[in-house]
Structures are given as structure tokens and as C-alpha cells.
Design a protein around this ligand. Structure first.
Ligand SMILES: [Zn+2]
Length: 137
């Protein structure tokens, strides 16, 4: 259902409009949330499809092609730092805006990605940190 905008909407500042929309979302939470969630899911699905179309739809090492286990790999490492700042969605958007993403990113299956991390010794510090917190080792 479409609600009418208040008459003063056009005179609102950017902050007031943001506040108005926050309140609108709160009032219409039950109908708005599922739609918003669905929209975001469909958007992320489209992003995924576009990235796979660009970088290939299978693992570059072994050829595995079940998309449920395919991951975007940072060829030169540094993926977790980038993931912390941009998140998956931001990384995919970045890839789609780059002129030569194939120089920095590739598609790997989950197994090959872990094996690559192990070969490059990228797992070590994180595991050691985790076990230290757990009180082991
Ligand atoms: Zn693989």
C-alpha cells in the first residue's frame, strides 16, 4: 500500500527526510521488511551472476562448477582485509567496475581456495589466534 507523503516533504532537509523514512519503515515494518529482504537477495543474486559471467563459472584449478561452493579468490591475497572493509557485496561491485578484474580476482572452489591458503601459509596466524583464545595449544 502506498502512503501519501506529508505536504511538507518537499521542504524537509536531507536529515528530516531520512528521519521520515526511518519512521515510515518502523510503522510499516511487517510489510516492508520481507520485501526489502527479497529485493536485497535478488540484487546479490544478480551481482553473483554478473561476477561469474565475467570471471568464469568454474574453479580455475580443478574445473568444479557447482556455484554453491565457488568463491571469489584474491589472486595476490589480502582477501580477508578487503572483506572486512567492503564485504562480499562491495567486492562484487568493485569487480564489476574494474577494467581488468581477471588480474586480481579468480574463481576457486572452496577446496582449492583452502588448499591455496594453506600453500601460501595464510591460514596459520588466524588458526593460532583462534586456538590462543580457546585456551588450547
Ligand atoms: Zn577447485
Amino acid at each position: 500500500m502506498r502512503t501519501k507523503l506529508p505536504v511538507s516533504y518537499r521542504r524537509m532537509s536531507k536529515e528530516e527526510r531520512a528521519q521520515y523514512h526511518r519512521e515510515w519503515r518502523k510503522r510499516n515494518r511487517d510489510s516492508h521488511r520481507p520485501k526489502a529482504r527479497e529485493y536485497v537477495r535478488a540484487y546479490v543474486k544478480r551481482l553473483h551472476a554478473a561476477v561469474f559471467a565475467l570471471l568464469g563459472e568454474q574453479c580455475v584449478r580443478c574445473g568444479f562448477s557447482d556455484k554453491r561452493a565457488l568463491q571469489i579468490d584474491h589472486i595476490c591475497g589480502g582477501g580477508s582485509q578487503e572483506h572486512n572493509s567492503l564485504h562480499t557485496e562491495g567486492i562484487m561491485r568493485k569487480i564489476l567496475n574494474m577494467s581488468h578484474p581477471e588480474n586480481q580476482y579468480q574463481i576457486l572452489c572452496a577446496n582449492c581456495n583452502w588448499i591455496k591458503k594453506d600453500e601460501r601459509n595464510e591460514n596459520r596466524p588466524r588458526f593460532e589466534e583462534r586456538y590462543r583464545y580457546a585456551g588450547g595449544f
